[in-house]
Write a protein that binds this ligand. Structure first.
Ligand code: FRU
Length: 491
């Protein structure tokens, strides 16, 4: 059945139990359901929203269209966790219900105030001619977890100079004042971020456009996030409309950051260096961060991209969130490491070491569909060396270092069912290094690779056959020492 506007914008009140049960059954038959990633019970997941630590638990919401693998009427779905690793599905959190969010409870963020968790989100509306009008709305979650929407938006207009692409408030508190950055598009169709401030989360004043050095950098900046780390100011955002440049900006849309001095609120100005992509893989977008109770900065992203069909679509669902990552700053760049608690997933461990001499080798008990793998390559004289995983008769996913080009390469050309081929099947990233370590998390249909303790990350969905479980290590055109540890992961 075709996804007409009518089908995409139905209220859940008009959906029968049979339809939901039928969809849930279709989803359960999918061979690519994940095991330790947050994924939708049915339908489509996109941006992480409202990430917060509140009342002794982490809360993480996400954009959700319940009825199928398409972008329709968006809701917020609620998950929570005590350790950032084991997540519990709580259920529907925010449903579109009034004139200010009739066409979607779009992305936003959360902050604690007066003992409650305030959820600030964009209400997306359309008129009969499909013209868009965005509002910034609030819902409040109590200590007991009940969520109540406020009847009226807290920001009910778009300031002049900007189009109706105006959304995704990310709120923080500084010196007793609340601030929010909002993703925007100027009338001249370039992307930017604007700043608001508030004393109470209800009355908001428009401060103005956040001045950056990126005047003409894509046509829309989605999902901005501002924070300070190690006395630096960091602005994360997801610009749309950048052209591919060498190995960079290869995906349909980008996601990255600029870093510099802390935001000068008086001047509303951020002085910063160049824009870096946060992830060099195929499937990463719209991340959101929080500061955890220990003061660490944790990021979660959407492991997917807009406007791309995925192989799970035919089973009525799409996408998952990335693992949580801790952000640190090293030599003016963000490095990202898997959040500390992820070791909790580790089960049985297997280890191996070998000098590979122009060969490819498999090690005893190194195989599987779901695992963590840490591999160090050193003392290499080879032209290239690396790992093949999810290896089957005609399938393999390759992660390697090309010592001649000095690039890390992720190749999903033969990973299994192909998709998004228009955007290529190989991702590369320059890295000038003598030794390489890969820390890799493999789930049923994804791979996350942290290179050299998080200097670069490659996140990608893959859709191999169940029987493709092999792991091989290789060194070509010379020799390389390899040391590997693998853990079963148990949820
Ligand atoms: C980013 C985004 C946001 C918007 C949301 C709608 O993926 O387009 O800008 O709020 O998704 O689901």
């Amino acid at each position: 059945m075709e996804w007409t506007k009518e089908r995409r914008y139905r209220s859940m009140d008009d959906v029968s139990n049979e339809e939901i049960e039928g969809l849930a059954k279709l989803v359960s038959q999918c061979p690519w359901r994940q095991s330790f990633h947050i994924q939708p019970v049915t339908g489509l997941l996109n941006d992480p929203n409202g990430f917060a630590y509140f009342n002794g638990e982490y809360h993480l919401f996400y954009q959700w269209f319940p009825l199928g693998p398409v972008h329709g009427l968006k809701h917020w779905y609620h998950t929570k966790s005590k350790d950032l690793v084991h997540w519990e599905n709580v259920g529907l959190a925010v449903a579109p219900s009034n004139d200010y969010d009739s066409h979607g409870a779009y992305s936003g963020s959360a902050i604690e105030h007066d003992g409650q968790l305030f959820l600030l989100y964009t209400g997306n509306t359309r008129d009969e001619n499909w013209n868009r009008q965005p509002y910034q709305c609030v819902a409040v979650m109590s200590q007991s977890g009940s969520i109540t929407k406020k009847d009226f938006p807290v920001i009910d207009n778009v300031p002049s100079g900007y189009t109706d692409h105006f959304r995704d408030p990310k709120v923080w508190k500084q010196d007793g004042i609340f601030y929010a950055v909002i993703g925007a598009q100027r009338d001249n169709k370039t992307g930017c971020v604007v700043l608001y401030q508030s004393a109470n989360l209800k009355d908001w004043q428009f401060v103005g456009e956040l001045q950056t050095g990126l005047e003409n950098f894509g046509y829309m900046w989605e999902c901005p996030d501002y924070f300070e780390l190690d006395k630096k100011g960091v602005l994360i955002f997801s610009p749309q409309g950048l052209k591919a440049e060498g190995d960079r900006y290869q995906n349909i849309y980008q996601s990255g950051y600029v870093i510099g001095e802390p935001l000068d609120i008086e001047k509303n100005e951020l002085t910063h260096g160049i824009f870096y992509e946060l992830d060099r893989g195929f499937d990463f977008y719209a991340p959101q961060t929080i500061q955890d109770p220990k003061g660490k900065r944790i990021l979660v992203g959407w492991m997917g991209l807009p406007e791309i069909d995925y192989p799970t679509d035919k089973n009525g669902w799409a996408h998952c969130l990335t693992l949580p990552r801790e952000l640190m700053i090293k030599e003016g760049k963000i490095i990202q490491q898997p959040a500390a608690g992820l070791e909790l997933l580790r089960g049985e461990k297997t280890e191996a070491t070998k000098v590979l001499n122009d060969e490819s080798a498999a090690f005893k008990d190194f195989e599987g569909e779901v695992y963590e793998l840490i591999t160090d390559f050193s003392a290499s004289t080879a032209e290239e060396f690396g790992i093949e995983l999810r290896v089957g008769d005609n399938e393999k996913t390759v992660i390697k270092y090309d010592a001649l080009e000095k690039k890390v390469i992720f190749d999903r050309t033969h990973s299994g069912q192909s998709f998004a081929e228009k955007y290529g099947s190989i991702r590369k990233c320059e890295l000038d290094t003598e030794t390489i370590s890969f820390r890799i998390f493999v789930d049923v249909s994804s791979v996350e690779v942290f290179v050299n303790d998080g200097e670069e990350v490659f996140t990608s969905r893959i859709f191999p056959g169940k029987e493709s479980r092999g792991i091989r290590f290789f060194s070509r055109g010379g020799q390389t020492n390899v040391r590997a540890s693998k853990w079963e992961l148990v949820v």
